[in-house]
Design a protein around this ligand. Structure first.
Ligand code: NAI
Ligand code: MG
Length: 364
C-alpha cells in the first residue's frame, strides 16, 4: 500500500504553534512505529490571504481534495476583521467543508482522569467519560428553504425550515454506525419524532440503516431528554447521532462536561473516496486565540488529539491512536499543565513546546 498522504494547514494565530508539536509527533510515528506519512503543508485563512489575497487558493483546495486526510490548526484574528466578508479567513475553512462535502461532524467528549476536577459536574459523573457526538453538518434547519423574513399581513414573519432527505439522513447514519463499530458498538439517535415530521423520517431511516449493522446496539431518544441524560449520566452513551441544530447544542454541551477548549479535537467526514477512506478534515475546536498567540502559551493537546482521531478514523490505526491518547493521559496524570489547565493554581505552566516534549517522552 502507498504511503498515506496528509495535508497540513496550520493557519493563523496559535495554529502554527500547536501544529509544530503535531509535526514532531507525526515524525515520531514514522521513525518509531514504522508509520510514515507523506506530509505536505500549505496556507489557509489569514496566512493565505496575506500571501495570495484569498483565504484558500484553488491549488490548496485541489491538494485537500486529493489528500487522504487534512489537518487544520485555526484561522482568523483581529488583523483580518476589516476584510470584506468574501475574503475573511473563515471563508477558507467554510470552502473546505463545503467543497469536500463534509456532512458528519464528530465531536468527542473525553474526560481524562487527571482533569476530572476541572468539570462543572461531579468527578464521578465525568471521570473516564469517552463519548462521541456525530452532528449532521450540511443540511437541516440552517440550510432548508423557505427561509427569510417576510411580510405577513401587518407584521413580519421569520421563517427557517427543517428539511432532511432520506439520503442525507442515511449517509450520516452510516458514518455513525461505522464509527460505533470502531468503538463500543452502541449508538443512540436523537431527534424530536414526537413533534417533528423530519424527526419521524430521521428515526425511520436510522432504524433501516441499523439493520445493516446487527452488531451495533441502536437506541432512540428525544433530543430534549437526551440533553437531560447527557448532564445526568453521560457515561450511558457511546456514539450519539443527531441533526445539525440539535447537534450544535448537544456537542457544545457534551464538550464542556470535560473542561478546557485547549483539550478538544474534532473531525468532519464526508463520503468514502475510491480508496475506501472517508473525505476528512481534522481540527481542534478552539480558534486562533489571538490573546495568547506568539507567546508559546497554547495548549497543543486539542490539535494532537485531532491527529489521534485521524489515525483512528482515516488510517485504521486505532491501536496507535490509543497509544497517543495514553501518552496524553500519562503526562496529565504526572501533573504536566499548560496555562489553560492550571486555573487558579500558582504553579509555573509548561510552554507549548515543553508539553510537546513531555508527550514525546511519554510515547518513548
Ligand atoms: P478562541 O478559541 O480562539 O479563544 C477563546 C479563549 O480560549 C481565549 O482566551 C484563548 O486564549 C483560549 N484558548 C483557545 N485555544 C487554546 C489553546 N489551545 N490553549 C490555551 N488556550 C486556548 O476563540 P475566540 O477568541 O472567540 O476567537 C479568536 C479568533 O479565532 C477569531 O478570529 C475567530 O473567528 C477565530 N476562530 C476560529 C475557529 C477555527 O479556526 N475553527 C474557531 C473559533 C474561532
Ligand atoms: Mg456551536
Amino acid at each position: 500500500m502507498s504511503t498515506p498522504s496528509l495535508l497540513i494547514l496550520p493557519g493563523d494565530g496559535i495554529g502554527p504553534e500547536v501544529m509544530a508539536e503535531v509535526r514532531r509527533i507525526i515524525d515520531w510515528f514514522g521513525a518509531k512505529r514504522g508509520l510514515p506519512f507523506d506530509v505536505s503543508e500549505d496556507l489557509v485563512g489569514g496566512a493565505a490571504y496575506d500571501a495570495h489575497g484569498t483565504p484558500l487558493t484553488d491549488d490548496t483546495m485541489a491538494l485537500a481534495q486529493d489528500a487522504d486526510a487534512v489537518l487544520l490548526g485555526a484561522v482568523g484574528g483581529p488583523k483580518y476583521d476589516v476584510l470584506d466578508f468574501s475574503v475573511k479567513p473563515e471563508r477558507g475553512l467554510l470552502r473546505l467543508r463545503k467543497e469536500m462535502d463534509l456532512f458528519a461532524n464528530l465531536r468527542p467528549a473525553q474526560c481524562f482522569d487527571a482533569l476530572a476536577d476541572f468539570s462543572s459536574l461531579k468527578r464521578d459523573v465525568v471521570a473516564g467519560l469517552d463519548i462521541m457526538i456525530v452532528r449532521e453538518l450540511t443540511s437541516g434547519v440552517y440550510f432548508g428553504e423557505p427561509r427569510g423574513i417576510f411580510e405577513d399581513g401587518n407584521e413580519r414573519v421569520g421563517i427557517n425550515t427543517q428539511r432532511y432527505t432520506e439520503s442525507e439522513i442515511e449517509r450520516v447514519a452510516r458514518s455513525a454506525f461505522d464509527l460505533a463499530m470502531k468503538r463500543d458498538r452502541k449508538l443512540c439517535s436523537m431527534e424530536k419524532a414526537n413533534v417533528m415530521e423530519s424527526g419521524v423520517l430521521w428515526r425511520e431511516v436510522v432504524t433501516r440503516v441499523g439493520a445493516e449493522y446487527p452488531d451495533v446496539e441502536l437506541s432512540h431518544m428525544y433530543a430534549d431528554a437526551g440533553a437531560m441524560q447527557l448532564t445526568r449520566w453521560p457515561k450511558q452513551f457511546d456514539v450519539i447521532v443527531t441533526d445539525n441544530l440539535f447537534g450544535d447544542l448537544l456537542s457544545d454541551l457534551a464538550a464542556m462536561l470535560t473542561g478546557s477548549l485547549g483539550m478538544l479535537p474534532s473531525a468532519s467526514l464526508g463520503a468514502p473516496m475510491s480508496n475506501g477512506r472517508p473525505k476528512a478534515l481534522y481540527e481542534p475546536v478552539h480558534g486562533s486565540a489571538p490573546d495568547i498567540a506568539g507567546q508559546g502559551k497554547a495548549n497543543p493537546i486539542a490539535c494532537i488529539l485531532s491527529f489521534a482521531m485521524a489515525l483512528r478514523y482515516s488510517f485504521d490505526q486505532g491501536a496507535e491512536a490509543s497509544r497517543l491518547e495514553a501518552a496524553v493521559e500519562h503526562v496529565l496524570a504526572e501533573g504536566h499543565r499548560t496555562a489553560d489547565l492550571l486555573g487558579e493554581e500558582g504553579r509555573a505552566p509548561l510552554s507549548t513546546s515543553a508539553m510537546g516534549d513531555a508527550i514525546l517522552a511519554a510515547l518513548d
